[in-house]
Design a protein around this ligand. Structure first.
Ligand code: HEM
Length: 536
């Protein structure tokens, strides 16, 4: 081909490309509330419960809603169809995460697949966002493969004995200190993850690793990535090169200290598991299973550095990822049981018929208890623990149904709105487990499967979904079997109405509320006390 033909072909390609660019510019952005000059929609943002206005925008503007804060585009994807089209089918460009210099690079959290980050308007980290930090690419693909390998449907039964034992400890804790049940649930949630991930047993409230993990989460949520804090280095990344001693570089000195703590949190529990494995005293857990798999696959039974790194960091990511989500779901469960004594009574009847009253439920009972299952699903639906998903960052300009979505936009899968679609879930604001027991055609059953929504979409869908499905089921079934739950009464004999009040914009974790929880019978007390616990 002559040089002239090449040049002509290149010129034609350039014209097509320019045409597309101009077309993009002619296309309008998705609709959304009108913003102000410079600050954009800053005033529409809320630091808590952002899913409430997001639902209103969805009703007003439709499947896609676009806002901007100081020029940073935010796209809310409000329908399942649009979420599949964008977050799944176009996953190659919709799976990246916002970049954070302070939290990621300086505090050493960039290797976490996900951690609890609260963030602020004006930066990529806006409005109290919980963000998986690992950008989309080879490392993320490798790490997700590991998580799915160890937490996938075909492995999950290996954790069932541990889950049962940890749940017995939960019941025993509540039995001994019913008025402390909410802090006991927090401890149970932290202990559960340490057990499942590292095979580490938390035996006291003052356990060192538990305290360390709590401190790590606290540091992340309230210091490194607290709502309302914009790190100057996130706005001007070159500042990361300032020397530590430089006046005004306090953020770097803080980051150095916090990085040390975060590294200890990553390394100490991991090294504990490895040591237990060497001594032959460990239990099957996430880390040990993956290290065993890696040793089997390698020629000389050693685990290469990359695999070691990936297992270490994914293990750490699981702690924060499961903490707020589990707590959110369990507290909503309590709230709904208090509000609906008839549902609790019906569930107890099912348990008594299947399990009896002389033992606690086990996973082998699950297939025979459809009503408890329906309660778990309805609790997941009504609580929608991560209501707006975790923000993604689109890596290329994109067009959807004649709307232009610019590169760099942060994208939120609004599952809160999806699980409140009255066409799929009639009377969506009512807690009604029966909706999952209705005989419906295959298509409707598929649309009603709440797991399609609340765990997110596509390449960054929650890898913990089988784990939480099991841990929630056993916790909920056991608490229903063992306790009566109702409204608390104050010192003057007045009933206290529980109230769900949210205090962040990422998880629907309610603030603690009061309720009454007591064993169902003297027999329940002895069954709980004699159940095998962590220290047995
Ligand atoms: C009711 C409980 C839970 C809910 C509703 C939930 C929901 C979600 C959602 C919506 C996402 C974002 C998905 C997306 O971007 O599309 C996510 C990510 C994630 N979840 Fe969960 N989750 C729960 C429990 C757990 C548990 C127990 C674990 C660990 C054992 C876990 C591990 C993760 C991890 C590691 C990610 C980040 C994945 C990535 O960025 O690629 N989650 N989860």
């Amino acid at each position: 081909m002559s040089a002239f033909v090449w040049l002509a072909a290149l010129f034609a390609a350039y014209c097509v490309w320019r045409g597309l660019q101009q077309n993009h510019r002619r296309l309008s952005l998705p609709p959304g509330p009108k913003g102000l000059p410079i600050i954009g929609n800053l005033k529409d943002m809320t630091l808590t419960g952002l899913w409430f206005p997001a639902q209103k925008w969805a009703q007003q503007f439709g499947d896609l809603v676009y806002l901007n804060v100081f020029g940073q585009g935010l796209l809310f994807v409000n329908s399942y169809e649009a979420a599949v089209d964008l977050l799944e089918k176009r996953g190659a460009i919709y799976s990246d995460k916002p970049k954070m210099v302070m939290a990621g690079e300086l505090c050493g959290c960039e290797n976490m697949v996900r951690h609890h980050f609260t963030a602020s308007p004006g930066s990529d980290r806006f409005a109290d966002a919980d963000i998986g930090l690992t950008p989309y690419g080879d490392r993320l693909r490798r790490q997700r493969k590991l998580m799915l390998q160890a937490l996938g449907a075909n492995r999950i039964h290996s954790y069932h004995p541990l889950l049962e034992i940890q749940t017995h400890n939960l019941l025993q804790g509540i039995l001994e200190s019913p008025d402390q049940s909410q802090s006991i649930i927090r401890r149970y949630t932290g202990g559960l993850t340490l057990l499942i991930v590292y095979g580490y047993r938390v035996l006291s409230n003052t356990d060192r690793l538990l305290e360390m993990a709590d401190e790590g989460l606290e540091l992340l949520s309230n210091r490194i990535a607290a709502a309302g804090i914009v790190w100057i280095v996130d706005l001007f990344p070159p500042l990361k090169h300032l020397p530590l001693w430089f006046p005004g570089a306090q953020f770097k000195r803080d980051a150095a200290v916090w990085k040390g703590k975060m590294e200890a949190l990553v390394n100490e529990p991991y090294d504990f598991t490895k040591q237990q494995m060497r001594q032959g005293t460990g239990v099957d857990c996430y880390v040990s299973m993956l290290l065993d798999d890696a040793a089997l696959e390698s020629k000389d039974q050693s685990v290469d550095n990359q695999r070691d790194f990936d297992i270490r960091w994914t293990a750490n990511s699981l702690y924060a990822a499961s903490f707020d989500t589990t707590i959110s779901t369990l507290w909503h469960f309590f709230y709904e049981m208090i509000q609906h004594p008839e549902i609790l009574a019906k569930a107890q009847k099912e348990i008594d018929a299947v399990v009896g009253t002389s033992r606690l439920p086990t996973f082998s009972d699950r297939p025979n208890m459809p009503y408890i299952n329906a309660i778990v699903l309805e609790t997941l639906r009504i609580s929608s623990p991560v209501p707006l998903g975790l923000p993604r960052r689109i890596t290329e300009d994109n067009v959807y149904k004649n709307m232009f979505i610019p590169k760099g936009t942060l994208v939120f899968g609004n599952n809160y709105n999806m699980v409140r679609d009255p066409k799929v879930y009639p009377n969506p604001d009512v807690f009604n487990p029966e909706r999952f027991l209705e005989e419906v055609d295959e298509q409707t059953a598929k649309m009603r499967d709440v797991r399609n929504y609340v765990f997110g979409f596509g390449r960054r869908r929650c890898p913990g979904l089988f784990m939480i499905d099991s841990s929630l089921w056993i916790a909920i079934a056991s608490m229903i079997a063992a306790f009566d739950i109702g409204k608390a009464v104050d010192e003057f004999g007045n009933t206290i109405e529980p109230e769900v009040i949210y205090d962040n914009s990422v998880f629907t974790t309610p603030k603690p509320f009061k309720y009454d929880i007591r064993p169902r019978s003297a027999q329940a007390v002895s069954v709980i006390r004699s159940a095998k616990g962590l220290s047995d």
